[in-house]
Design a protein around this ligand. Structure first.
Ligand code: NAP
Ligand code: ZN
Length: 334
């Protein structure tokens, strides 16, 4: 059998059809027949080699939904026919303190789904059983796909910071991650402010659950928002005005960095000291939290707003993502 995928052959290149045999299944691996795969901005960072970890041919894709079609000899929790999702992480060592403590995403040997191995812009993918999470029956596969990376990446810090009624959450960048952050924070009862560079996202941001919308480049808009958020999640794939967002934090507030901004997060010491403010980061989420996030989405109507593309139209979809023109997640279908 050959897998039909789409690969970048060099950095920044358009993807081309690429065919390769599946790797041999290790004991805990499962082979998944892919029905859908979302396009995360991390796929674009990888195609462009922004993080200097890419090797080519590179088959991107890590918001995968599909059906288990083969299992390794040590797999007990999954069987063929089960619908599962795989996100950024396809494996971990399973024995370090982080893995044993339920923080598998922090394992030093964590295996990314599409770094150094072919990902989800393809007909099949392989992942360790623990990282292939069953999908609740009520979630449609195309809508579920973006939850596997965008969804968990925003849900995990919202849960960790115990967001609930009375907490004022800011979301910077209303894209794949951001539009789900607005929905999950709203569902948790928070007061939500969307910070965007795109004026025509305002109405949709309110419909998704934002109480306020701040057009960040409007004169005085950021100054008016000073002190208005307890927790800010930054999801922009570009540098933002970090100093200005530290000022948007209320005393004791936290700015949690999710987007892979290319340059250092530079802020003056006194902006943090003055209000006992913190800057933190957060990486995806562990498999148990992914399962919990999927249940919340299924039971409380949190749903990615998607634009559908055929897998063969992957380059058309990528061009639209690069132009910040997708509302709000492109999903490829086989
Ligand atoms: P996306 O769908 O492309 O959304 C990014 C948003 O950034 C845009 O919608 C836009 O929102 C905002 N933005 C501001 N200035 C921009 C500019 N000049 N060009 C493009 N966008 C601009 O991306 P995503 O999939 O949500 O991913 C966002 C970032 O998170 C990426 O850097 C990705 O690698 C990273 N990420 C991190 C993790 C993690 O574990 N921490 C997981 C997944 C992704 P407005 O129009 O509202 O301004
Ligand atoms: Zn991602």
């Amino acid at each position: 059998m050959l897998i039909d995928g789409y690969a970048a052959l060099t950095a920044k290149a358009a993807l081309q059809p690429h065919h390769y045999p599946p790797a041999e299944l290790a004991g805990h691996d499962v082979l998944i027949k892919i029905s859908h795969c979302g396009i995360c901005h991390s796929d674009i960072h990888l195609i462009d080699n922004d993080w200097h970890v890419s090797s080519y041919p590179l088959v991107p894709g890590h918001e995968i939904i599909g059906e288990v079609v083969a299992v390794g000899t040590q797999v007990t929790g999954l069987r063929t026919g089960i619908r599962v999702g795989v996100g950024w992480q396809a494996g971990s060592c399973g024995s370090c303190a982080q893995c044993r403590g339920g923080h598998e995403q922090l394992c030093a040997q964590n295996m990314a789904t599409c770094v150094g191995r072919p990902g989800g812009f393809a007909t099949y993918v392989i992942a360790q059983d623990k990282f292939a999470v069953p999908i609740p029956a009520t979630l449609a596969s195309d809508v579920a796909a973006p939850l596997l990376c965008a969804g968990i990446t925003v849900f995990s810090p919202l849960a960790r910071y115990q967001v609930g009624p009375g907490v004022r959450v800011g979301v910077v960048g209303i894209g794949g991650l951001g539009h789900l952050a607005v929905q999950f924070a709203h569902q948790m009862g928070a007061h939500v402010t969307a910070f965007s560079t795109t004026a025509n996202k305002q109405d949709e941001a309110h419909r998704l659950g934002a109480d306020h919308f701040v057009l960040t480049r409007a004169a005085d808009a950021m100054a008016h928002a000073a002190g208005s958020c307890d927790l800010i999640l930054t999801t922009a794939s570009v540098d933002v005005d970090w100093e200005a967002f530290v000022k948007v934090l209320a005393p004791l507030g936290t700015l949690c960095v999710l987007g892979a901004a290319p340059h250092p997060v530079a802020v003056g010491a006194f902006g943090l000291i003055g209000g006992n403010k913190s800057i933190s980061g957060s990486a995806i989420g562990d498999p148990a939290t992914i399962a919990r996030m999927l249940e919340v989405a299924a039971n409380h109507g949190v749903a990615p707003q998607i634009e559908r593309f055929a897998m063969r139209d992957v380059n058309t979809a990528l061009t639209k993502v690069r132009a910040n023109a997708v509302r709000y997640r492109a999903v490829l279908a086989n």
